[in-house]
Write a protein that binds this ligand. Structure first.
Ligand code: HEM
Length: 406
């Protein structure tokens, strides 16, 4: 099979090349690929190997950052990116995560529940008088943004500008130039600084106050670390969840038998979300680099060589899942690696994402009558321009009627 440029967003413009990944898993599970900036990188495609690398943070570092470069060297703010939680190695990572964890306790996630339900109800009410919408923009985009704003403590009147900056910075939208994206990031930092200033005078019960007050071994987070986390959160929490919602809905509509199972028994929805995470894998990959020469599977890897963990391939590995290309909302998909494959960086927002998805899918499945895709051929729908996040830029839906919220 011809090698594909897996570093290039263009390769994913018609969806994840699952057939190519199957070929790699069978014939070259840890294989070397050329890269225009790095020279080359290792692609790790089997579930067991992805887990092994992800869990071995003694050998595999996330520095300088876990992002796959495209065809240009990354822009100026390298130092900033390498200070983000997701780029740190133990013990720095362990300390920072301990502080940040205090903002993600089960109590804090539970406290957000009523607001999440209210946001879901409002988003669906907004389209309920119509019989069609564009799901990505009209419904899915706003839920995670509102939830993060609630968590962080952004006042209602400021949310539209944060949402706009987030879209500009991370929307995988080619309409915005690198300069505009940079400007949006600077606005975001300035906003985070201003939130901290306000809380210095008057602490609130929100994540920004938790970050400012938290200490581990007498050390607290400095302003740059707080700004970096604010940025990471907007990205990690919003792009991912929105695509689980849109692509998940698409897959349920393409598999009416599975949708029917959930309509008949909504208690299956939490299990279905695990299966949709496995089947759709919103975050396709992250990168690690070994500190010393090592083996992955039967392949020798030299210190410093980039190693790409393909979660989208591991989640379709026939060694880990029976009939992996079949969507089955009743299967046990708990071994999926959509939130990472274990180890210190496992998704911090996993329980929040699960809660958001549960409430949204309950509403989509329970309230829309006669829901269907608004196009005959879903393969014509535009996808995100990204080698990191898989999803649709647009997803038209139509329906007959919408029931009021329970
Ligand atoms: C469907 C939704 C989501 C998916 C698929 C997802 C996926 C991931 C993945 C693959 C990682 C890297 C794991 C690793 O390297 O081992 C990660 C890390 C992270 N996620 Fe999520 N995520 C989702 C939602 C969220 C939400 C809602 C938040 C917060 C509100 C969040 C915050 C984070 C943070 C802060 C990290 C970095 C953790 C660290 O480095 O210690 N994520 N996520």
């Amino acid at each position: 099979m011809e090698p594909l440029n897996l570093w290039s967003p263009a390769t994913f413009s018609e969806g994840v090349p699952y057939g190519y990944f199957r070929h790699l898993r069978d014939d070259a599970p840890v294989s070397w690929h050329e890269h225009p900036v790095w020279g080359g990188y290792w692609s790790v495609t089997r579930h067991a190997d992805v887990q092994r690398v992800s869990r071995d943070s003694e050998c595999f570092s996330s520095q300088p950052n876990p992002f796959m470069a495209e065809d240009q060297p990354p822009a100026a703010n390298d130092e900033f990116t390498s200070g983000m939680l997701i780029s740190l190695d133990p013990p720095d990572h362990t300390k920072m995560r301990k502080i940040i964890n205090r903002g993600f306790t089960p109590r804090r996630v539970r406290d957000l529940e009523a607001n999440i339900q209210a946001t879901v109800d409002r988003l669906i009410d907004q389209v309920s008088a119509r019989t069609s919408c564009e799901m990505a923009g009209d419904i899915a985009v706003e839920l995670p943004l509102q939830v993060i704003a609630d968590l962080v403590g952004v006042p209602t009147e400021d949310r539209h500008k944060i949402f706009h900056w987030t879209e500009m910075t991370f929307g995988f939208d080619e309409r915005f130039s690198p300069e505009e994206q940079q400007e949006a990031s600077m606005n975001m930092f300035a906003y985070a600084d201003q939130m901290c200033e306000i809380r210095k005078k008057e602490p609130h019960d929100d994540l920004i106050s938790v970050l400012m007050e938290g200490e581990v071994d007498g050390e607290s987070l400095d302003q740059i670390q707080i700004d970096a986390f604010f940025m990471l959160l907007q990205n990690a929490g919003s792009e991912t969840t929105r695509n689980l919602i849109t692509t998940g809905t698409m897959e349920l509509l393409r598999h009416p038998d599975q949708m029917r199972l959930l309509r008949d028994d909504p208690s299956l929805i939490p299990n279905a979300i695990e299966e949709l995470l496995r089947y759709t894998t919103p975050v396709m990959q992250f990168v690690r680099r070994p500190r010393h020469d090592t083996m992955v599977g039967s392949q020798r890897i030299k210190a410093g060589e980039p190693v790409v963990l393909w979660y989208c391939s591991a989640n379709r590995d026939e060694r880990a899942f029976d009939n992996p290309d079949t969507l089955d909302v009743t299967r046990d998909a708990s071994q999926h690696v959509a939130f990472g494959a274990g180890g210190p960086h496992f998704c911090l927002g996993a329980s929040l994402a699960r809660l958001e998805a549960k409430m949204m899918f309950e509403a989509i499945i329970g309230r829309f009558e006669g829901l269907e895709l608004g196009v005959d051929d879903p393969s014509t729908l535009p996808r995100l321009h990204s080698n990191l996040i898989d999803g649709y830029a647009e997803m038209p839906l139509r329906w007959k009627s919408v029931k009021p919220a329970a």
